[in-house]
Ligand binder design. Structure first.
Ligand code: G3H
Ligand code: 13P
Ligand code: ZN
Length: 307
C-alpha cells in the first residue's frame, strides 16, 4: 500500500532498522524492487531524482508505483522525491501523488536551508507527506583532511539539533563522509560514526544515509567482465552500513549498485547475442540480477520481515 514516508521511517526509527530507498528511472527497476520486497517481506521506499522526473514524468512514476502497490497491497511503499532542489519541484511531485519529498537546500546557507525546508514542511504536512532535508555536504573524508576542513563539509551536531527544532522536518540526511556514485573514497573508506551518533542523540528522528552503494565485488566484476570500466571504484563496505544503522540510520539511499548490476547484464547480452533486438531479452536478466542484489541488501539493512 502506498503510505507516507513518515509511517515507514518512524517505525524503522522506533525499532532500530533501516529501509532501502532505491532510485528508479524505468519500469524494470521498479518491478525488481517490488518483487524483492514481496519475496523478503520488506517495506520499501521508491525514489526518483529530479532527473528521473524529467525523464519519465512525475505522473508516470506515480502511476507505475501505484499500479505495483495495488498488485502487492501488503507491502508498505513510499514514493519519494530524491534531492528536490526547489520548493516548486517538491510541490510538483506532491500534486502527482508522491508521499515523501526531499528538499535539498544543503548547498545554501544554514538560514536559507531552514527557510526552504520550513516552506516545504508546511505544504507537505497538510496532506501527511514526509519531508527529508540535508545538512553538510556529500564528500568523502580523506585520510589527511584536517579537522577544520572536515567540520566544514560534515554535519554540525548543534546545527542539526536547531534545524530539526525550527523546521519540524521528518527525517534528516547528515553528511558523515559518503558521496554519490562509484568512486567514494580515495584511500581507505572512512565515515564519521561518532558524529552520526551525536546527531541521532540531538535530533531523535529517522536519519538518512546518502551515497550508500557498496559496489559489491561480484557486481563490479560482472560489469568489468563485459568490457566495462570501473577502475578505482570503491563503495561503502557492508560492515559500515551495519555500523551506520546501529548509529541511527533508518533510510539507506541506493542507486549506483542497482545501475551497475542492471547494466552488467544488459552489456552481457549486447556482447554475446549480436543479432538480438528483443528488449525483453536484455532487460529480463537485468531485473533478475538487480533482484538478487536487492534481496541481499534488504536482509542486511534489517527491513526484511518487517511488514
Ligand atoms: O542522488 C543521486 C541519485 O543517484 C540520482 O542520480 O540525478 O542521475 O538521477 P540522477
Ligand atoms: P549511491 O550513488 O551511492 O547509490 O547513492 C544514491 C543516493 O544517495 C541517492 O540520493
Ligand atoms: Zn543522495
Amino acid at each position: 500500500m502506498l503510505v507516507s514516508g513518515k509511517e515507514i521511517l518512524n517505525k524503522a526509527h522506533k525499532y532500530g532498522y533501516a529501509v532501502g530507498a532505491f532510485n528508479i528511472n524505468n519500469l524494470e527497476m521498479l518491478i525488481a524492487i517490488f518483487e524483492s520486497a514481496n519475496e523478503t517481506s520488506s517495506p520499501i521506499i521508491v525514489q526518483a531524482s529530479e532527473g528521473a522526473v524529467k525523464y519519465a514524468g512525475a505522473d508516470m512514476l506515480y502511476s507505475m508505483t501505484k499500479t505495483l502497490s495495488n498488485r502487492y497491497p501488503h507491502i508498505p511503499v513510499a514514493l519519494h522525491l530524491d534531492h528536490g532542489t526547489t520548493v516548486e519541484s517538491c510541490i510538483n511531485v506532491i500534486k502527482a501523488g508522491f508521499t515523501s519529498v526531499m528538499i535539498d537546500a544543503s548547498h545554501h546557507s544554514f538560514e536559507e536551508n531552514i527557510a526552504m525546508t520550513r516552506e516545504v514542511v508546511e505544504i507537505a504536512h497538510k496532506s501527511g507527506i514526509g519531508v527529508e532535508a540535508e545538512l553538510g555536504r556529500l564528500m568523502g573524508i580523506e585520510d589527511n583532511i584536517v579537522v577544520s576542513d572536515r567540520d566544514a563539509v560534515l554535519v554540525n551536531v548543534e546545527e542539526a539539533r536547531e534545524f530539526v527544532k525550527l523546521t519540524d522536518v521528518d527525517y534528516l540526511a547528515p553528511a558523515i563522509g559518503t558521496s554519490h556514485g562509484a568512486f567514494k573514497f580515495k584511500g581507505e573508506p572512512k565515515l564519521d560514526f561518532n558524529r552520526l551518533q551525536e546527531v541521532k542523540k540531538a535530533t531523535n528522528i529517522p536519519l538518512v544515509l546518502h551515497g550508500a552503494s557498496a559496489i559489491p565485488e561480484n557486481v563490479r566484476i560482472a560489469f568489468e567482465k563485459t568490457g566495462g570500466d570501473l577502475k578505482g571504484s570503491k563503495g561503502v563496505p557492508f560492515n559500515f552500513l551495519t555500523e551506520a544503522i546501529k548509529g541511527g540510520i533508518n533510510k539507506v539511499n541506493t542507486d549506483t549498485d542497482l545501475r551497475i548490476a542492471f547494466m552488467a547484464e544488459v552489456r552481457k547480452v549486447v556482447n554475446e547475442q549480436k543479432s538480438e533486438f528483443d528488449l525483453r531479452k536484455f532487460f529480463s536478466p537485468a531485473i533478475k540480477s538487480v533482484k538478487t542484489l536487492l534481496k541481499e541488501r534488504m536482509q542486511l539493512l534489517g527491513s526484511a520481515g518487517k511488514i
